[in-house]
Design a protein around this ligand. Structure first.
Ligand code: ADP
Ligand code: MG
Length: 231
């Protein structure tokens, strides 16, 4: 009985993203020591800090783009820096959805096709029905065939959320997703992100200096003390 309980406990507490003892230095010597963080599927975490505090650096380490000097990043129990670079790229394509302030949409393609493109990195067959469902959940049902550059900033941000969520990744990482939005759009995008995180059972990490999100997210961590003189 005790054993079964432990197994059940293990299944339900499996962390989707976990960073431990992360230290990083840029070549010019700028150094960071990041707080330990764990986020389960269906949960969200806000990481705050002023400009230059290392938010984007941390997100790029979590996405497997920047190799830490010390510590570990685990996504779905996989230690991503144990993977070869090409295996890490494939893992990222499959398991990590990214949302940036600059969206990098393909201008020649419709909103729907930009979302379908997200499947290419996974090698899986695009699921048009699911793409339309997510776009509709985000209030974009009338924009399937619109070009991204003809959409408002708030609509473009929702499109980039659809693109990140649609391949059902383990983790969604968002860098300043609301900083270019007005108050009403910032609040609605923040709430949509949290709702989708629960509905799609992904782990969400948002880094931002946008104070407006603090009241919306249930949990937050500050990077105010991450910068070091050296490691
Ligand atoms: P934030 O996203 O919180 O504004 P960043 O992670 O972008 O902060 O940057 C943190 C610090 O690291 C800044 O002082 C920045 O100048 C420095 N930095 C960022 N990218 C590089 C780089 N490629 N090379 C050297 N230093 C960098
Ligand atoms: Mg940044």
């Amino acid at each position: 009985m005790g054993f079964c309980k432990r197994v059940i406990c293990f299944i339900f507490t499996a962390m989707s993203v976990k960073i431990t003892d992360l230290g990083f230095t840029y070549q010019d010597g700028e150094a960071f020591r990041f707080p330990n963080v764990e986020v389960e599927k269906g949960q969200s975490l806000l990481i705050t800090g002023p400009s230059g505090s290392g938010k984007s650096t941390l997100l790029h380490i979590m996405a497997g783009f920047l190799t830490p000097k010390e510590g570990d990043v685990r996504i779905d129990s996989q230690s991503i820096y144990q993977l070869s670079e090409s295996a890490r790229d494939a893992f990222r394509g499959e398991q990590i959805g990214m949302i940036f302030q600059q969206h990098h949409f393909v201008r020649a393609l419709s909103a729907l096709d930009n979302v379908l493109l997200a499947w290419i990195a996974t090698g899986r067959k695009p699921d048009e029905k699911m793409a339309k469902e997510i776009l509709s959940d985000l209030g974009l049902s009338s924009k399937f065939h619109e070009k991204p550059q003809n959409m408002s900033q708030g609509e473009q941000q929702r499109l980039s959320i659809a693109r990140a969520m649609v391949k059902k990744p383990a983790v969604v990482l968002a860098d300043e997703p609301t900083s270019s939005l007005d108050d009403a759009n910032a609040e609605s995008v923040g709430k949509l992100l949290i709702d989708l995180t629960q509905n799609h059972n992904v782990a969400l990490v948002v880094v931002t200096h946008d104070q407006r999100l603090k009241d919306i997210f249930p949990r937050s961590v500050s990077l105010a003390n991450a910068k070091m003189n050296s490691l």
